[in-house]
Design a protein around this ligand. Structure first.
Ligand code: DGT
Length: 227
C-alpha cells in the first residue's frame, strides 16, 4: 500500500535495497528532527534510525562529540570520519519494513558540517581532502539509496533557542554564528542545489511550535512518505 503511486525519480540509484523507501530528515541542530522521528515511530510500517548522537557520545568510552566541540581543529577529522562511518552503517542497514526513516545522512555530514569546518579554517586541507575522497568513493560504490530528504527549515535564532532549552551538555557553547554558517550550508545544498541533487527534497517550515509541527506531519503524511 505504501508504495502505490510512488514514482521513482532517480533512476541512477539502481540498488538491491530498492524495496525500501529511504527517507532522511535534515535540518539545523535543534530544528526538531527527533520530534519528527518520534512522531513517525508510532507507525509500525516505518523503521526509524536515530541513535547517532548516543554513538558519538560513547565510542568505547570516548565522547567524540564533546572532543569535537572542545577542539574542532584537533578532533574535527577524527569526529567526521566516525560520523561518516556511522552514517554509512545506517544507510546500509537493511529493513524488513517498507519505509526507513533516518536522522541526517552522510550527505549532511559532508555538505553541511565538513564543508563548514573547512571553510571556517577549522579543518586542515589535507584532512578535508582525505574525508572528501572517502566520501566520494563511498557514495559512488556502496549499495544504498536515498529517495527523499525532508528539510526542516528554521531560522538559526529559533534553532539556538531550542538548543538552549534542551541543554545538552556538549552544546553549551554553540553560538548563533555557528548555526548561521550551518544554515547557509544547508541552503546551499538543499535549496540552491550547489552540491547536486541526490534525492527529491521536501521543505517543511519548522518555525512553528511542537503542536503545530505534529499537525504538519499528520497533514503532510502522504507527501513525506512518498505515497
Ligand atoms: P534535533 O532533533 O533537530 O534537535 O536534532 P539534534 O540536534 O538532536 O541532532 P543533530 O544531528 O542535528 O545534532 C546532534 C549533535 O551533533 C549536535 O551537537 C550537532 C552535532 N553534529 C551532527 N552532525 C554533525 C557532523 O557531521 N559534524 C559535526 N561537527 N557535528 C555534527
Amino acid at each position: 500500500i505504501l508504495r502505490s503511486g510512488y514514482i521513482r525519480n532517480f533512476q541512477s540509484h539502481q540498488h538491491s535495497s530498492m524495496e525500501t523507501i529511504s527517507i532522511c530528515v535534515e535540518g539545523n541542530i535543534g530544528a526538531g528532527k527527533s520530534e519528527m522521528l518520534n512522531f513517525f515511530a508510532k507507525d509500525p510500517t516505518i523503521e526509524i534510525i536515530s541513535e547517532h548522537v548516543k554513538k558519538w557520545q560513547n565510542v568505547n568510552g570516548h565522547n567524540m562529540l564533546d572532543l569535537m566541540y572542545k577542539d574542532p581543529y584537533r578532533w574535527g577529522f577524527t569526529f567526521q570520519s566516525y560520523v561518516q562511518l556511522t552514517m554509512l552503517q545506517n544507510h546500509m542497514s537493511k529493513s524488513a519494513k517498507p519505509v526507513q526513516m533516518m536522522e541526517r545522512s552522510i550527505y549532511s555530514a559532508k555538505y553541511v558540517f565538513v564543508e563548514n569546518l573547512y571553510k571556517s579554517g577549522l579543518m586542515p586541507s589535507v584532512d578535508y581532502e582525505v574525508l572528501t575522497e572517502w566520501f566520494n568513493w563511498a557514495t559512488n560504490h556502496l549499495d544504498f539509496h536515498v529517495d527523499r530528504i525532508i528539510y526542516l527549515r528554521c531560522h538559526p535564532e529559533t534553532a539556538l533557542e531550542r538548543i538552549k532549552k534542551r541543554n545538552r551538555k556538549e552544546e553549551l557553547n554553540i553560538t548563533l554564528e555557528y548555526l548561521q554558517s550551518l544554515h547557509e550550508q544547508q541552503e546551499e545544498w538543499l535549496i540552491r542545489g550547489c552540491y547536486g541533487k541526490h534525492a527529491e527534497v521536501l521543505v517543511l517550515d519548522a518555525e512553528q511550535d511542537l503542536e503545530s509541527m505534529l499537525e504538519v506531519f499528520e497533514n503532510s503524511r502522504n507527501k513525506i512518505l512518498c505515497l
